[in-house]
Design a protein around this ligand. Structure first.
Ligand SMILES: Nc1nc2c(ncn2[C@@H]2O[C@H](COP(=O)(O)OP(=O)(O)O)[C@@H](O)[C@H]2O)c(=O)[nH]1
Ligand SMILES: [Mg+2]
Length: 374
């Protein structure tokens, strides 16, 4: 990570650490009594399962390591599933899967929303099960545990494996659903889903677990940016500033030259050039039909403005204060791109930050891997 980016990461992590220090709780806010109970339940179950799939966020292959697993040795060799491959970029992940394989782990990139990708993960699980089963009878039953920090996509993977897995037509008719949510901490219990017959394979979806120790500030900021820890511990604006520092130091924006207003191929259908007043915005909103198409226009407009602001900036972004100046300009430019009314005053930048983070977290502002290969 570039030195300037580290500065913005540290700002987020330090703000959170200070807040935790001020509230003087014994445990950090994410380590709820539910998480403590879940951690105990997982430690008890770990020795009983046949295959462990450690689900990590592909954008942070190291920072999303599940500490509970590191501290509790288990007989099974875990499969490290780098989920959300679509957000990290497949090519960037290759080095990581090689790295994990070199450390004697089985590893693969996964996209929980892609059937082919799920089939590959299922293949790895079945291979492990076959090795364990050896020559035992056909009614052999294996249990696979999905384990990881919150929000890495364990429940989404459990659902996808359950859908894709080889189970009878009658069982397919009664598919169960684990709750999937963009907020961390939604899975409260360990639940089992059938993902194969002959041999029977069951996958356990589990609640996300984090350590009760506060991690290093940079890891903390990455966990917040990627959504493993809730935003409430620090202002959204600071998190979005950190994201903009990453974007400005990356190559992602360079792909968006065609979307800048110097290159209007009729791309900004109906987007305003000036700042809208609140009543103008309300009037416009009534006329708009909220479709994905509208969203796409906003995404294009946002990308274009980001490209313009970085490329027209004549300061040196390797200095923290100059990166800060660029980021302030970007907030102002994005206010218009996101149709945030100037009347929102101070709140305008917070609104922009929330919308920008949403686009980053849903992969609409490019691919990012925030950790560095050791
Ligand atoms: N883009 C993308 N989003 C995913 C993927 N897997 C899960 N998600 C999203 O990540 C969020 C957390 O997923 P969830 O399964 O509830 O995570 P859990 O807390 O680990 O069970 C949800 O908004 C999911 O839709 C993936 O492979 N790609
Ligand atoms: Mg879950």
């Amino acid at each position: 990570m570039a030195a300037t980016t580290t500065h913005f990461a540290r700002q987020v992590g330090t703000a959170v650490k200070e807040k935790i220090g001020r509230i003087k709780r014994v445990q950090p806010p994410w380590y709820t009594s539910l998480m403590a109970a879940a951690s105990r339940a997982l430690v008890e179950r770990l020795p009983l399962v046949d295959v462990i799939v450690e689900v990590r966020d592909a954008r942070i292959p190291l920072s999303s390591e599940c500490e509970l697993l590191r501290n509790n040795l288990c007989s099974a060799r875990p499969i490290i599933a780098l989920n959300k491959e679509d957000l990290a970029g497949r090519s960037g992940l290759q080095g990581w899967t090689h790295y994990f394989r070199a450390t004697n782990c089985i590893s693969c990139g996964v996209d929980a929303h892609n059937k082919e990708s799920i089939k590959q993960l299922l293949g790895l699980i079945q291979r492990q099960v076959r090795e364990l089963r050896g020559t035992s009878q056909a009614n052999y039953t294996a249990t696979v545990m999905l384990i990881g920090i919150p929000n890495v996509g364990k429940s989404a993977l459990a659902n996808a494996l359950h859908q894709v897995g080889r189970i009878s037509a009658a069982e397919k008719g009664k598919l169960r659903h684990a709750k999937v949510s963009p907020e961390p901490g939604e899975t409260k219990d360990i639940r089992s889903f059938k993902i194969g017959s002959h041999p029977n394979i069951f996958v356990l979806d589990t609640p996300g677990v984090l350590s009760h120790d506060v991690p290093d500030v940079e890891v903390l900021s990455k966990l917040i940016l990627t959504g493993a820890i809730e935003d409430i511990l620090v202002g959204r604006k600071e998190i979005a500033e950190y994201f903009l520092a990453i974007l400005n130091s990356s190559d992602q924006y360079k792909k968006w030259a065609k979307l800048s207003s110097d290159n209007t191929d009729g791309i900004y259908h109906g987007t305003p050039t000036g700042c809208l007043t609140f009543s103008e915005f309300q009037g416009k909103k009534k006329k708009q039909i909220p479709t994905d198409h509208t969203q796409d226009d906003i995404v294009r407009h946002v990308r274009g403005r980001l490209f313009e602001t970085v490329t027209s900036f004549d300061g040196n972004i390797s200095y923290e204060d100059e990166m800060g100046t660029l980021i302030t300009r970007q907030f102002t430019a994005l206010q218009e791109a996101f149709h945030v009314s100037a009347e929102c005053g101070e709140d305008a930048h917070v609104k922009v930050a929330g919308k920008l983070l949403n686009l980053f977290r849903t992969g609409r502002l490019g691919h990012y891997i925030l950790d560095h290969l050791p």
